[in-house]
Design a binder for this molecule. Sequence first.
Ligand code: 13P
Length: 251
Amino acid sequence: MRMPLVVGNWKMNTNVEQAVGLAKEVSDLTHAIDQVTKVICPPYVSLEPIKKALAGTKLHVGAQNLHPEPSGAFTGEVSVHMLSGLVEFAIVGHSERRNIFGESDDTVASKVIAAAAHKIRPIVCVGESTNQRDSGNAIDLVKQQLFASLNGCQDWTRLIVAYEPLWAIGTDKAASPEIAQEMMGSIRKAIVSKAGSRAGEALTLLYGGSVKSGNARSFFEQQDIDGALVGGSSLSAVEFSEIIKRAEHVD
Ligand code: 13P
């Protein structure tokens, strides 16, 4: 059985003081929930203070991105080596990284490999645009994007994939649970074909895009959905905690 996983992506929000406060609040509100893996991904500058503030708790910390090289002349970047030991998870290939900062599938693939090499579990984001969905070809396109983003990946058993359709991110228009399940069932099948049934069973699949406490459970009840990658709603400790609670005891 896969443990449910709920990840909060804070994006470029909160200063250090606010971030530490929010992290503590989430930790307090969810400390009794131990059947869900709980992760927050704050901005880089808050990782270390939050890690200290959360010592001894069951709330994990992840990064929103990483640079695959250990060090070098990459002004403004934070390397996988710097994050090693500080975070257990890292989001890679978020659609905002792909679309605003021009990250290619090749770049994402290099980050997946680098993360795994540093014992950081990559949360690989994929998803189609509105036009791609309207073309009727979304499933094939997302599978292509996923395998290109996993090019060279060796460790298939620690993989986390987040399906985040672009039209559902920050829009209040979440995908229907049926659409999400259809996509994520296809992703799991494709991983089984590529890497075997053990990899398919181990694969943790998250849905992302306008997840709230009101709709979270309808996603968690789907056969191939193991949790959520939450943006806006993870900035409220109460709302995020409620989403985490919805992931408990799902048959
Ligand atoms: P929202 O939950 O705000 O739609 O954002 C989703 C997302 O991009 C998480 O990575």
